[in-house]
Design a protein around this ligand. Structure first.
Ligand code: NDP
Length: 254
């Protein structure tokens, strides 16, 4: 059997109703995992479910706002009651607010941190007792180039995505003894609704990103799925605490 085979495994993908989360769901499901997608927008979730089911993937949806601790706990419980276990948690839900640091309201700052950083932590906490009882698990957090670099309009987003890298390391250290591996992916600029908004709000985004990306283009969501599948599978059982860069070379351009 392939080390990448996920047959019999169960994954909860937050923000799985579109964009990168849906691509992750497709990737994990395509390797055999059963999928629970959790997000707020029901109409987008219905479309995502249709897509996943059309590919023969055993998928369900649960309404989830990751800023609410009770909903994070409930999403994990629903996953376990639907499929009997939870082996993989992909903390993908994310938002941004683009403005100069001095213009942020406290509400905007808190909303970004609550979604991107605290939400992942709460889902991770909720998954822990199940993964521990099962004898292991895989947690994959979604960072960003803003986990590494600064940009003048991304104070809250970069703080949250930098935090994701450190959170990944600390939980990896804490739970290695339970055979739970915790890793992050750091995508470059990937075509999605989030990127469309960035294009509208940031002058010359395409020119600037293409200019320092050796691959010379944006990535597509499905180009992240292989790395996530690796991090969700037995092929990565000795990989923990790492952040895998998937950026067409953006971060190594001199
Ligand atoms: P999208 O805006 O297309 O998708 C964001 C996803 O997050 C949606 O599924 C959305 O669902 C979900 N989400 C947002 N807030 C919440 C919430 N409070 N509770 C539950 N789900 C929520 O963006 P992407 O697909 O591009 O982004 C996915 C992840 O990838 C994010 O973490 C983002 O920061 C990261 N990323 C994206 C990059 C890019 O270039 N696109 C680059 C690097 C990282 P709903 O609104 O229905 O709840």
């Amino acid at each position: 059997m392939s080390q990448f085979d996920l047959t019999g495994r169960v994954a909860l993908v937050t923000g799985g109703n579109r964009g990168i989360g849906l691509a992750i769901a497709n990737g994990l499901g395509g390797s055999g995992a059963s999928i629970m997608i959790g997000a707020r927008d029901r109409a987008k979730a219905d479309a995502a479910m249709e897509e996943l089911s059309g590919r023969g993937i055993n998928a369900r949806f649960t309404p989830l706002d990751v800023t609410d601790q009770d909903q994070c706990t409930a999403a994990v419980e629903v996953t376990v009651s639907a499929f009997g276990r939870i082996d993989i948690l992909a903390n993908n839900a994310g938002i941004t607010v683009r403005k100069q640091p001095e213009e942020f309201t406290l509400e905007e700052w808190n909303r970004v941190i609550a979604t991107n950083l605290t939400g992942g932590f709460l889902c991770t906490q909720a998954a822990f007792p199940h993964m521990k009882a099962q004898g292991g698990g895989k947690i994959i957090n979604v960072g960003s180039m803003h986990s590494i670099f600064g940009a003048s309009h991304t104070a809250a987003y970069a703080a949250s995505k930098g935090g994701i890298v450190q959170l990944t390391k600390t939980i990896a250290v804490a739970w290695a003894k339970h055979n739970i591996q915790v890793n992050a992916i750091l995508p470059g600029y990937i075509e999605s609704e989030l990127l469309e908004k960035a294009r509208a709000q940031v002058d010359d985004l395409e020119e600037r990103v293409f200019g320092r990306t050796p691959a010379g283009r944006f990535g597509t969501p499905d180009e992240l799925a292989g790395a996530v599948t690796f991090l969700a599978s037995d092929a990565s059982n000795f990989v923990t605490g790492s952040s895998v860069v998937i950026d067409g070379g953006y971060s190594v351009m001199g």
